[in-house]
Ligand binder design. Structure first.
Ligand SMILES: NC(=O)C1=CN([C@@H]2O[C@H](COP(=O)(O)OP(=O)(O)OC[C@H]3O[C@@H](n4cnc5c(N)ncnc54)[C@H](OP(=O)(O)O)[C@@H]3O)[C@@H](O)[C@H]2O)C=CC1
Ligand SMILES: N[C@@H](CC=O)C(=O)O
Length: 420
């Protein structure tokens, strides 16, 4: 597609993001893009746009030779895969916001892009309004990108803010996130960490050239976090956030996790409230950088979709530089994690799996420990996701194997001796 090409768009989806894009396009005449057709699922819904624009037949867009850009913003991951692959087959550039589809099919999408040379842009799919993909892709050289820590899910950050700072009930906060258009159609995807982990898979591709399935990343959501956990955090001077992180280790691999974490007040991520997202990048020479912006919602997401559409005018496509032009990194499974665990009963915590316990105490209905455990003990067994157990990473959670002995407590205290 050359600079002179007019963009003729076929849009799939007219919900929170699709309708947002429709309005944003109307207010951006300089883009010179023509929205020719919108495909939706339910013909009888009322729409804030002329009826002639809509169809329920996907082929009205996919088989229209004049349409050279397909924008896919629907909430059905399987249908989205069909739409995207057919659009490519029919020679169209694709813009998508669909992180679930992208995460589930990244290897296929990489192959199709190589075969067809067609652009596939999805900036809005991670951190909505924050241009994180293009920055990771274009700005940071692989060798210099030491670590990334990010809040990538707006709904869970909104819920945590509302329950811990405004004392709202979990379900009330979730309902607000849904009403405001932040949550996925199936909010379990947000609450249980799937959405954040999906986003993290392809952010890892743009950051480090890693192509891994979501289930290979250790992840959880906020479903088990207790008010009492937040109180413990507060006493220690921390906030609790759902943090996605990646850190280059001395073994040449990357530790990648998406888990609740204690965040110190000095960390920029502590400033990220409500549906906002934030990304802290540590890189050689530049030191620490912080990106901040709305991570969900109609216009913030549409703004990133618009930016992708605009980028098609000058033929922009992801080069996947870290994957194809550098030595890609792999995921490490050899490191330790410093964690806080709270559970209804000691019996729910496999104490023997821990290298050591730093602290433990029991309150009326809940018991708590902090300690150090090998990554593989969490990866191989899901005890920490069940029985209402809450596992929260310490503020500096990742411990390299060669550092372990230096920080191991001198006197091995048995678990029972420590129980207050
Ligand atoms: N909301 C947000 O803040 C963000 C959302 N996203 C992603 O963007 C996508 C859309 O989200 P959102 O707008 O919130 O979702 P909504 O539920 O608000 O809208 C979904 C839209 O998809 C349409 N649709 C569903 N299935 C089909 C199909 N098979 N063919 C055509 N249209 C279909 C629906 O049609 P109908 O109207 O007829 O029901 C509806 O218009 C999702 O992948 C989401 O993960 C990404 C970043 C942020
Ligand atoms: N449900 C998602 C929407 C944006 O990606 C979120 O809450 O972050």
């Amino acid at each position: 597609m050359s600079k002179q090409n007019k963009l003729t768009i076929g849009l799939f989806g007219f919900g929170v993001v699709g309708e947002g894009l429709y309005k944003v396009l109307q207010q951006t005449p300089s883009l010179n893009a023509n929205l020719k057709k919108v495909c939706i699922k339910h013909a009888d819904k009322e729409r804030n746009a002329p009826a002639a624009l809509f169809t329920t037949d996907k082929n009205d867009i996919l088989n229209d030779a004049e349409i050279n850009v397909v924008v896919e913003v629907i909430d059905d991951a399987d249908a989205a895969f069909e739409i995207i692959t057919t659009a490519f087959k029919n020679g169209k550039a694709v813009v998508s916001a669909n992180k679930k589809t992208i995460a589930e099919h990244l290897p296929e999408f990489l192959k199709i892009q190589q075969e067809t040379g067609l652009p596939f842009l999805y900036e809005s799919a991670a951190c909505a309004s924050i241009p994180v993909i293009r920055n990771l892709e274009e700005y940071y050289d692989n060798d210099l990108l030491h670590s990334i820590k990010a809040i990538v899910n707006g709904s869970t950050n909104y819920i945590l803010t509302k329950i811990f700072e405004e004392n709202l009930e979990f379900n009330v906060a979730l309902k607000q996130a849904q009403d405001l258009g932040f949550a996925e159609s199936n909010p379990k995807l947000d609450v249980e960490g799937f959405d954040a982990a999906n986003k993290w898979t392809f952010l890892l591709t743009h950051a480090y050239g890693i192509v891994e399935a979501t289930e290979n990343i250790l992840f959880n959501g906020i479903q088990n976090i207790q008010l009492s956990d937040a109180k413990v955090a507060k006493e220690k001077g921390y906030e609790v956030k759902l943090v996605a992180q990646a850190k280059k280790l001395s073994n040449g691999k990357v530790a990648a996790l998406v888990l609740p974490q204690f965040v110190s007040k000095e960390n920029p991520l502590a400033l990220v409230k409500n549906e906002y997202n934030g990304v802290v990048i540590e890189s050689g020479f530049a030191d620490e950088q912080f990106f901040y912006g709305k991570g969900a919602g109609s216009f913030p997401t549409a703004s990133a979709v618009l930016s992708d559409i605009s980028a098609l005018r000058y033929d922009y496509r992801y080069e996947y530089k870290k994957l194809y032009h550098h030595q890609p990194f792999g995921l490490s499974n050899d490191y330790y994690l410093s964690v806080f665990v709270s559970a209804a009963s000691w019996n729910n915590i496999p104490i023997d799996d821990f290298e050591w316990i730093d602290e433990s105490y029991a309150a009326k209905n809940r018991c708590y420990i902090t300690g150090v455990i090998h990554y593989s003990k969490l990866k191989d067994d899901n005890w920490w996701k069940h029985n209402g157990i809450s596992l929260i990473l310490d503020a500096n959670a990742v411990i390299e194997p060669e550092s372990l002995e230096a920080i191991r407590p001198e006197k091995a205290i048995t678990f029972l001796e420590q129980v207050l």
